[in-house]
Design a protein around this ligand. Structure first.
Ligand code: PEP
Ligand code: MN
Length: 263
């Protein structure tokens, strides 16, 4: 169903009026994790200021260590929703558990399926039964074929509103957190009719690489670029090494805006 051979024309994902995949390249920005109302409100204000319509923020955090901050759960989703509504932003947030999907529909505009859950088939089927847009992340060590099959799981249940998100894969290279597989973008756009996003933050794991990776993503045809912004990354409860503060966010947007829709 996701194959370009079955449907030659591009699928446009409509996030309550914000269209991803219609040719206009967009951004989704926000904190790694929802920590407090004040934190998200401050970030939302900056996101709005830059003319971006989509905000992200994790309420359910899939952490490597069980002793790390696990997220605020539904309380976090409520905070994110309220802060986003104050600036008329659409919300993208990860859901990890199939039984949480229905309740989450009241809070999010896009359900994110995280890299670690790309092959959580029960979760894929559950989000496939909804009519919410889904941002599906590539698994930590998933091939492009496995990634496409994961999208097929969702679409086979009736939901065609899927954005594929390249977020780096595990290789032997240690200079970056993961290896950004930049050519997966044109491959996915050739093989499927779905819009493709690039997450420059979890792929690189490095603040100094956010801008060059974002430029590469836009140049190669990504429909959406994801990065993270925090009022004070040094005290962030997760991903403190690569979130941007507001000044860095300003410089990032100033440098990246001329690269939008150039090719
Ligand atoms: C995230 O986007 O918050 C996240 C945890 O990313 P990933 O699933 O790609 O690691
Ligand atoms: Mn993060």
């Amino acid at each position: 169903l996701v194959s370009r051979k079955k449907k030659p024309e591009d699928t446009i994902v409509n996030i309550n009026g914000i269209k991803v995949g219609d040719g206009k390249q967009q951004f989704v920005m926000g904190p790694c994790a929802v920590e407090s109302y004040d934190q998200v409100y401050q970030v939302a204000e900056q996101v709005k200021k830059h003319g971006i319509g989509l905000i992200r923020g994790g309420a359910f955090k899939p952490r490597t260590s069980p002793y790390d901050f696990q997220g605020l759960g539904f309380e976090g989703l409520e905070i994110l929703r309220n802060a986003a509504d104050a600036f008329d932003l659409k919300v993208i947030s990860e859901i990890m558990t199939p039984s949480d999907v229905e309740k989450a529909l009241d809070y999010v505009d896009v359900i994110q399926v995280g890299a670690r859950n790309m092959q959580n088939f029960d979760l894929l089927k559950e989000v496939g039964k909804t009519n919410k847009p889904v941002l599906l992340k590539r698994g930590l060590a998933a091939t492009i074929e496995e990634f496409i099959y994961a999208a097929e799981y969702i679409m086979s249940k009736g939901n065609d509103q899927i954005i594929l998100c390249e977020r780096g894969i595990r290789t032997y290279e240690k200079a970056t957190r993961n290896t950004l597989d930049i050519t997966s973008v044109p491959i996915l756009k050739k093989e499927t009719h779905l819009p493709v996003a690039v997450d420059v933050v979890h792929s690189t794991g490095r603040r100094d690489l956010l801008l060059p990776a974002a430029k590469a993503a836009l140049a190669i045809g990504a429909d959406l670029v994801m990065a993270e912004v925090h009022p004070d990354p040094a005290v962030a409860l997760s991903d403190s090494a690569q979130q941007m503060n507001f000044e860095q966010f300003d410089s990032f947007m100033k440098a990246i805006n001329p690269c939008v829709n150039v090719f």
